[in-house]
Design a protein around this ligand. Structure first.
Ligand code: 6R9
Length: 658
């Protein structure tokens, strides 16, 4: 979630210069292509009949009442998909797999940070979700209500989401670790009736408390009940009459619960994204269309074979990636997946690879920020583990630098696994632009092509589609099943934010270019684009040029006000293991390197080695804060930072300006 990224209005400006050239190409492995879930034919089929294509994908789901309508776009931008259909989302994610004879299949291999393990089969998951649904009903939650979820990465997070879905209550998951203030705002905006939380969770080798933040939030807003999972056993404050333990209330319930069918457009969840100003936007997703696209994209993009694959998405459940590619996509497809509670460096920097080896993970979905961190830690760490089970690798959250992409393929994917670089947003609900692992010849750093049934392009300031080789703004030109339906309680803001910049098109807020083949390259948020001597320069391209230098592990660039050039490029870099941050020659080399890769115009004016970069909980770099530093302003709102001490670290390490 954005709590995960910044977003907002754009002022326009000239189209992007396309600076980066990337010539490397990787064909899909022959055996994967021969057995792929989805082939090139899907593009043709969807182009010939887009709505027919989605109607067919909706049949992946089990409907209590089959839809006869596909899309109602009579009142744009308010879409209705499969509106006369009825279904229960939790039934689709759990019960139907048990009914099909797969109750003994493991749904979740849970690995706690301290090393505790728990395998939950689909039959067990059905019982757990049913008990939790009965418990929520007993606590007074009804269809149409909202429930806030503030949990660590433990199975109860998924169980809680499914229990809400099962009774028709919308969940609003708040990142574990967000402040009391953030929780209070979200409870208030959605008018949540119940909060599900835990005493704490394990992070970096110790218990980290969660309930105190909920308690503090509830001094400002009120809910009827707080349902508390015991995870760490740490002491908690208790409000009698309001707080109840999960092990008291849920455990005693019957494992029988009859799922009721809800309209396809019944609200499924609200997930908040921050935006640069004002109050967070509650992105509303509904049931039938959302689940159709989450399910189809998970099947198509990851080539999931539920009988044999072991899938692992490393996202947090508080990010949309956790919603669509831990809970709804994989479980609707009957996948066996790994859920890991903790951080990648606890108790050692090989923890992820140890998990891949231990569970025989075949499909891994993670973020560029993690990949760059692994690069920084060194090739020797993954090399110690057996990663030969892997067959598909995914990336999400930010543009992936070509060098990080190539590192991922080589060091994690044995130089054979296809990488799917998946572009999408909280608002899009599911993957929109991505290679298909059995079809696409991949290009490091490009998400490449809209999925079958999705219409995306790049336009200039005047909303004209740019030719191949051109750059501008990414737009979505046709409605899609998992699109956000509105901003909770604020239809006008929904229209203004996404549908007003370009008439009749969805404005994603990302810069993009098309290469000579028409493939799409994402260039970062348009608010971050730099304007240097009249040229729009993408942060992504300059960062990728820096990361292609052997001394650099990670880079963040911003445009800082400059008297002569309008804006000047300031680069913050994290160096790889042995490089020395005080080496003036290295700094000069890095400037020269960017100049030679991208041209003189893109040469940073200043390069500042730092130990850390400010990131959101989903790993996105918060360039806005770096801009404050570069322009020597007081640093702005840091409430969505994963680690708020990072900004102090950057400022104290900062050399005096020249
Ligand atoms: C899923 C998610 C959405 C924003 C999006 C864009 C960036 C995500 C990307 C990517 C380039 C990719 N983004 N995936 N940029 N390539 N593969 O991240 O949702 O947290 O709402 O953020 O993330 O800027 O607009 P969300």
């Amino acid at each position: 979630m954005s709590e995960s990224r910044e977003g907002g209005a754009v002022d326009g400006g000239a189209s992007f210069a396309s600076l980066l050239e990337e010539e490397r190409r990787f064909a899909p492995p022959a055996d994967l292509a021969a057995n792929a879930n989805v082939t090139a034919e899907a593009y043709e089929q969807a182009t010939a009949d887009r709505l027919g294509f989605w109607a067919e994908q909706a049949r992946r789901l089990t409907w209590a009442s089959e839809p006869t309508e596909t899309l109602d776009w009579s009142n744009p931008p308010f879409a209705k998909w499969f509106a006369d259909g009825k279904l229960n989302v939790a039934y689709n994610c759990v019960d139907r797999h048990v009914e099909a004879g797969n109750g003994d299949r493991v749904a979740i291999h849970f690995e706690g940070e301290p090393g505790d393990r728990r395998a939950i089969t689909y039959a067990e998951l059905k019982d757990e979700v049913s008990r939790a649904a009965n418990a929520l009903t007993e606590l007074g939650v009804q269809s149409g209500d909202r429930v806030a979820v503030y949990l660590p990465m433990i199975p109860e997070a998924v169980i809680s989401m499914l229990a809400c879905a099962r009774i028709g209550a919308a969940h609003s998951v708040v990142f574990g670790g967000f402040s009391a203030d953030a929780i209070a705002k979200r409870i208030e905006d959605a008018d949540a009736k119940v909060v599900i939380t835990s005493d704490g969770g394990y992070r970096r080798g110790k218990p980290s408390a969660l309930k105190p933040a909920v308690d503090e939030a509830l001094t400002r807003v009120s809910v009827d009940k707080v349902l508390v999972v015991q995870r760490t056993g740490q002491d908690v404050a208790w409000t009698e009459g309001r707080d109840v333990w999960w092990h008291d209330v849920v455990a005693k319930q019957s494992a029988e619960h009859t799922p009721q069918a809800f309209d396809a457009e019944h609200p499924l969840f609200i997930l908040y994204t921050s935006g640069t100003t004002g109050k967070p936007k509650g992105i509303l997703h509904t049931s039938g269309g959302y689940l159709t696209q989450a399910s189809y994209t998970h099947h198509a993009v990851f080539d999931l074979k539920p009988e044999t694959d072991v899938y692992w998405c490393t996202a947090d459940i508080g990010w949309v990636t956790g919603h669509s590619y831990i809970t709804y996509g994989p479980l609707s497809n009957g996948a066996t997946q790994v859920i890991y509670e903790g951080t990648p460096d606890t108790p050692h920097q090989g923890r992820f690879w140890e998990i891949v080896q231990k569970y025989g993970v075949t499909i891994l979905y993670t973020a560029p920020t993690a990949i760059r961190t692994f690069m920084k830690w060194g090739d020797d760490i993954p090399a110690k583990f057996d990663l030969s089970s892997l067959r598909v690798l995914g990336s999400v959250g930010e543009p992936i630098n070509p060098e990080a992409w190539v590192w991922y393929r080589k060091n994690i994917g044995a130089d054979k696994c296809p990488i799917v670089d998946t572009w999408w947003q909280t608002e899009t609900g599911a993957i929109m632009i991505s290679p298909l692992p059995g079809v696409t010849e991949t290009k490091p750093g490009s998400a490449q092509r809209a999925l079958p049934g999705i219409s995306a392009t790049v336009v200039d300031d005047e909303a004209h589609e740019v030719p191949n080789g051109g750059g501008g703004y990414l737009v979505l030109t046709e409605p899609w099943p998992s699109m956000l339906r509105t901003i909770w309680g604020d239809d006008q803001r929904f229209i203004d934010t996404y549908w007003s910049r370009f008439e009749g098109k969805y404005f994603a807020g990302d810069g993009a270019k098309k290469d000579d083949d028409g493939d799409i390259w994402l260039l970062g948020r348009v608010d971050d684009v730099m304007l240097v001597s009249g040229h729009n320069i993408s942060t992504t391209e300059v960062e990728s040029a820096l990361v292609s230098h052997p001394a650099v592990a990670e880079a963040a660039v911003v445009g800082a006000a400059d008297e002569t050039t309008g804006q000047a490029i300031v680069a913050f870099v994290i160096l790889r293991g042995t490089a020395n941050a005080d080496d003036e020659k290295l700094v000069a080399d890095l400037r020269g390197h960017v100049g030679s890769v991208l041209g003189a115009i893109a040469k940073p004016k200043r390069v500042l080695p730092v130990a850390e970069l400010p990131k959101t909980r989903s790993g996105k770099i918060m360039r806005r804060l770096l801009r404050d530093v570069a322009e020597k302003r007081a640093v702005g709102d840091v409430t969505t930072l994963a680690d708020s001490s990072v900004m102090d670290l950057i400022q104290t390490k900062l050399p005096a300006a020249p």
